[in-house]
Design a protein around this ligand. Structure first.
Ligand SMILES: C[C@@](CO)(OP(=O)(O)O)[C@H](O)COP(=O)(O)OP(=O)(O)OC[C@H]1O[C@@H](n2ccc(N)nc2=O)[C@H](O)[C@@H]1O
Ligand SMILES: Nc1ncnc2c1ncn2[C@@H]1O[C@H](COP(=O)(O)OP(=O)(O)O)[C@@H](O)[C@H]1O
Length: 307
């Protein structure tokens, strides 16, 4: 076999409810993930040693050493099977880096699936999900895709139905525009700012909103727009105040709703149809408040081996 390519989607958090800091430094979440149709591709080919390469507009921001989540995935999988992680991993990166869209997590999940196929391991799905959780809180969702509620630190998933389809199914129930910011935001720094802003406040137990889950299930974009919520948004705005202008530019242009994607700084705009997506994207670019704007649909399928 010459190589195996896996395609993995980005995510947006349609609800990110954050609890207080835990003793281990993580936060308990009710994290409602939705996979969107922006993808990275990871190709695994046989090699004498573990190497990573990357191409794409943000490639210079991606570490190519063992800290790359794709490399770590190959190492963890190989260790579990008692083999050496000798593989070349090539990442074609289209997901914004450090943008709150889980691009690194996508590459971790993609490398795991690609190496599993290349090495003929047939690792059971439950074991792959365990390795994903070890790699990072968001990585299990990158494998699963569709829509899911993540609890614990976000790694314990329950798949959710969207617009009548099963959680893992691809489809075009919702239309989005993503405004890509200049530069990234560090996820630990945003959680740290959340803690600072909530000092002395009794942070409630995070819980998924029944109204939001219902809007997802029925594919009702207007109801979903009213229920979008991100507890990290004040922290992201505090660290990057310029995001307020981006959010306003998208809503002024006719988006149903706007929010920061996860820890940011990518901002997400829910729109009613593909035409509205094009006009909101054009308005965002013209506003000069973002680096570029991307159009996408959801839900998108999780990590998949390409033929
Ligand atoms: C905020 C979210 C929302 O989905 O994603 P991004 O927007 O960054 O993509 C996630 O919670 C990010 O998940 P992920 O990026 O996998 O985080 P991890 O590698 O597990 O943890 C990185 C750091 O983030 C903080 N962290 C992460 C998850 C969590 N539930 N509580 C935390 O406090 C901790 O400081 C941790 O050391
Ligand atoms: N394969 C990868 N792609 C992108 N970033 C990676 C990767 N592996 C490790 N990283 C590191 O993870 C950080 C967060 O990247 P990313 O996952 O894109 O953002 P976010 O956590 O905001 O969704 C990057 O700044 C980078 O240092």
């Amino acid at each position: 076999m010459s190589g195996v390519t896996v395609r993995v989607p980005a995510k947006v958090n349609v609800q990110l409810a954050v609890g207080g800091a835990r003793p281990d430094g993580f936060h308990d979440l009710a994290n409602v993930f939705l996979a969107v149709s922006l993808y990275d591709e990871v190709t695994a080919t046989p090699a004498e040693t573990l190497t990573v390469t990357c191409e794409g507009p943000d490639a210079d921001k991606v570490p190519l050493d063992r800290s790359n989540l794709a490399a770590r995935a190959a190492e963890l999988l190989a260790a579990r099977h008692g083999i050496s992680p000798d593989v070349h991993l090539h990442i074609v990166k289209d997901i914004p880096v450090a943008g709150g869209m889980a691009g690194g997590s996508a590459d971790g999940a993609g490398a795991l699936l690609a190496c599993d196929a290349l090495w003929g391991l047939n690792t059971p799905r439950a074991e792959l999900l365990d390795i994903c959780a070890e790699l990072g809180s968001d990585v299990p969702f990158s494998l699963v895709g569709g829509a899911a509620l993540g609890v614990g630190r976000g790694e314990r998933l329950t798949e959710l139905p969207v617009g009548g389809a099963a959680g893992g199914a691809a489809g075009g129930a919702f239309h989005w525009v993503f405004a890509v910011a200049d530069g990234g935001l560090s996820t630990p720094a945003v959680y740290g700012e959340f803690d600072r802003l909530n000092e002395g406040v009794a942070v409630p137990e995070p819980a998924a909103s029944p109204v939001l889950l219902d809007a997802l299930r029925t594919g009702d974009a207007t109801a979903l727009a009213g229920a979008l919520a991100n507890d990290l948004q004040p922290a992201a705005l505090s660290l990057r105040p310029s995001l307020a202008a981006t959010l306003a530019a998208g809503t002024d242009a006719g988006a149903l709703a706007a929010l920061v994607s996860g820890s940011g700084p990518t901002t997400a705009f829910l729109v009613k149809d593909p035409e509205s997506a094009e006009s909101v994207a054009a308005a965002l670019i013209a506003s000069g408040t973002c680096r570029t704007a991307r159009v996408a649909t959801s839900p998108a399928a999780g990590a998949r081996v390409l033929d």
